[in-house]
Design a protein around this ligand. Sequence first.
Ligand SMILES: [Fe+2]
Length: 346
Amino acid sequence: MIFERISAGGCQSYLVGCPETKRAALIDPKLDQIDHYTALAARHGLRIGYLVDTHTHADHFSATRQLALQLGVPVVMHRASPAPFVDMRIDDGEMLAVGGLRLQAIHTPGHTADSMCLRVGDRLFTGDTLLFGATGRTDLPSGDAGALYDSLFDRILRLDPDLKIFPAHDYQGGGSSTIGQELATNPRLQIRDRAAFIEMMGNLNLTLPTHITEALRVNMSGGKAVAQLLAEAAASVPFMSLAELRGRIGSAPDGLIILDVRERDAYEAGHIPGARLLPRGQLELRVNQELPDPTRRLLTCCELGHISTLAARSLREMGFLSAVALDGGMKAWREAGYPVKSGPEP
Ligand SMILES: [Fe+2]
C-alpha cells in the first residue's frame, strides 16, 4: 500500500494508494493543503479516485468539494452526512474499491451522527471517533456521547487489537498506536460504564473551535470560506502599490479614477486626494451613471484592501477591464504618511 500522512495544524489527512493500479483515495483533506496533496499524488504517480470525509468537520475547511471540482472525482461520505454535494453516500459495511485495495466503512456515530471509520488492511482510519489517548468530542452539532460509547465499545474496540489507528487529529504530531494500545492506555477508554462515560464526556468543558460557524457552513453546504472568496478575487485582479499610487496622484496623465468604496462617513473622515466615493454596497446600482466609459483606468480602495479587491473583481466582471485594486488600504496609506483629504466630495 502506498501511504502518506499529511499533518497540518493538528489535522491529519491520508493518501492511500494501490501500488499496482496507482489508484488512490484521499481521506479528510484540508482546503489549505490542496497543492500538497496533488503534488504528493503526482510524486507517487497516483490518480486520486475518491475524496473521503470521515465526518462533517467543525474545526477546519474540508477540501473535498474543491478537489472534486478540480479532479472530477466523487466526494464520499456516510449516508447521514447533511452535505448536498456528496456524490457517493456509503453505509456501514460497504466498501470503496481503490484499485486492489478495499476501504470498508464502519458507521461510528458519536462525535457526529455521520462519523465513520475506514478499514483497509492492517489500518483503521478512525476520523474523530478514536484519537491517540483521547476520543472525539461529543458537544458539537449532532454529537452524542452515548452513541460514541456504543461505537467504541461495541464496534471499534472489538476489532483486531493489532489494527493500527490513524485519526483525523494528532495535536502532538508523530503519534502511532493500535486498538489494543488504546484499550490499555487511553484514559477515556478506562471508563467502561456507559453512564459514567457519558457523564465524563459531558464534563470536558472544551472551548469551541475557532471558525466553527464558518467551517460548518462551508463543510455542510459546499459554499466558500471568506478567505477563499478573497483569495479567488485577489487572483483575478491586478494591484497597484501604495507608493505607485502616491506617485501618480495629482499628475493623473492617464486619467486614473480612484474609487473609494467605503461608506460616506469613512470617506469624509479622510480619503486619498482626488478619490471619488462609490460605496461597495451601491457599486452595481450606480456604475452605469458614475462610470459611463468602461475603458477608463479604475483603482479601487477601501480601509484594509479586502473589500476593494472584491469591488475590482466585480468591476472586471461587469466589463471594466482596466479595474485594479490598491495593494493595501487607507489604514496602510495613513500609516505611510501619504496625503489625506477630509470632507465631502467636491
Ligand atoms: Fe471532527
